[in-house]
Design a protein around this ligand. Structure first.
Ligand code: HEM
Length: 136
């Protein structure tokens, strides 16, 4: 029994779509939503506060939750188009925020204030790089 080229292509496409569904990646980018982005940014402000206060107090659950909030926000932002500017740079910066947030969760797990602060500093650096390019 042989499989025709066309069938092979649809099998490959279906597999790719199934994998995309499983791992949460997709080429779908939603249009920019300013109100939703502002809400997300207010959540980022709260996350900076939660991580900073958590590190000061040795509240590692609070630190982990702050970083998880960053991770959730970054994943949402990555799925949106930027309001202006280079979409690849937008995606790159949010991916950087996302992986810094994962390092932050790891740092909370190790109760390591130095690593937690380094992860937060990276997220702040991404904000400082992103705002002049995409905000206002
Ligand atoms: C620690 C991380 C961040 C914090 C605390 C933060 C904070 C804020 C705040 C307070 C605003 C104003 C919201 C308002 O007008 O009500 C804002 C807006 C905005 N930020 Fe961020 N930000 C962060 C990271 C980023 C990053 C990484 C990017 C882009 C790569 C970004 C892009 C934007 C954009 C596009 C707006 C304008 C929203 C709009 O008015 O439509 N931000 N951010």
């Amino acid at each position: 029994m042989s499989i025709r080229g066309e069938d092979m292509r649809s099998v490959a496409l279906a597999t790719l779509m199934a994998l995309g569904g499983m791992f949460g990646f997709s080429s779908e980018v939603s249009p920019y939503d300013s109100a939703a982005t502002k809400e997300l940014m207010h959540s980022n402000v709260a996350a900076v506060d939660a991580v900073t206060k958590g590190v000061e107090a040795g509240d590692w659950i609070g630190v982990a939750n702050g970083f998880l909030q960053f991770a959730q926000n970054a994943q949402k932002a990555m799925q949106s188009a930027p309001p202006k500017g280079d979409p690849q740079e937008w995606a790159r910066l949010w991916e950087d925020v996302l992986f810094a947030a994962y390092r932050g969760v790891g740092a909370a797990g190790e109760k390591d204030a130095v690593k937690a602060k380094a992860a937060l500093d990276q997220i702040i650096a991404d904000r400082n790089a992103g705002h002049p390019k995409f905000k206002g």
